[in-house]
Design a protein around this ligand. Sequence first.
Ligand SMILES: NC(=O)c1ccc[n+]([C@@H]2O[C@H](COP(=O)([O-])OP(=O)(O)OC[C@H]3O[C@@H](n4cnc5c(N)ncnc54)[C@H](OP(=O)(O)O)[C@@H]3O)[C@@H](O)[C@H]2O)c1
Length: 202
Amino acid sequence: MKFGTIGAGAVALAFGREALARGHEVVLSSRRGPDALGDEVAELGRGASAASVEEAASLDYVLLAVPWRNVESALKSLPAWNGRVLIDATNPFVETSPKLVLADLGGKGASEVVAALAPGARIVKAFNSIVTARFNEGPVKNGGRRVIFVSGDHPEPTAFIKELIESFGFTAVDLGGLATGGRLQQAGGPLAGRDLVEFGHH
Ligand SMILES: NC(=O)c1ccc[n+]([C@@H]2O[C@H](COP(=O)([O-])OP(=O)(O)OC[C@H]3O[C@@H](n4cnc5c(N)ncnc54)[C@H](OP(=O)(O)O)[C@@H]3O)[C@@H](O)[C@H]2O)c1
């Protein structure tokens, strides 16, 4: 698969590294444009490239990995989604420094907010619940497998992302649809940010 990323920071690079190691391709994009991403492309190595946000977002599977406050601008004026898949790795923080401040979503799920900004996209929420530093330590901890959650309303792309997570070596747990599963794993939800490990599955 050729994955696009919107955002080329910690989360996109961690995802990209694992996807490339499994033989996929990764097209990074960020606000500053492709020419500013030379270091990131070099860091990821073979199979990585950079493009405009519009180009990266025109691929069949696109990772959204920008700060919450920039989600709306990042998703504005992109090509029509037409059922292409948006993997939502964002967390709804209005501030992350010096402390984490959750956005007031008025009771909506974070991925439901994202879905409204990307009409026609099939949204799969994944990779948001695990802290990147833990993800980068690798899937195995104390002989068990770290857990990454996945939620979505469309069985086929949800299953694809679940398999991708398993191919990275993590245990993927499908929490069900965006409205319920998404809420469980989003920042502020009961499963967010926990370093959960499964024993005895593989
Ligand atoms: N860090 C974690 O532990 C963690 C774990 C899971 C999920 N998350 C979530 O994942 C998302 C990304 O986090 P991160 O840690 O990767 O952030 P980051 O390292 O700060 O990177 C953010 C990236 O987004 C790009 N960006 C910002 N506005 C954009 C726009 N309008 N269009 C295109 N690209 C834009 C930035 O590019 P420019 O430099 O060009 O602006 C940068 O490459 C956040 O929602 C975060 O809450 C974080």
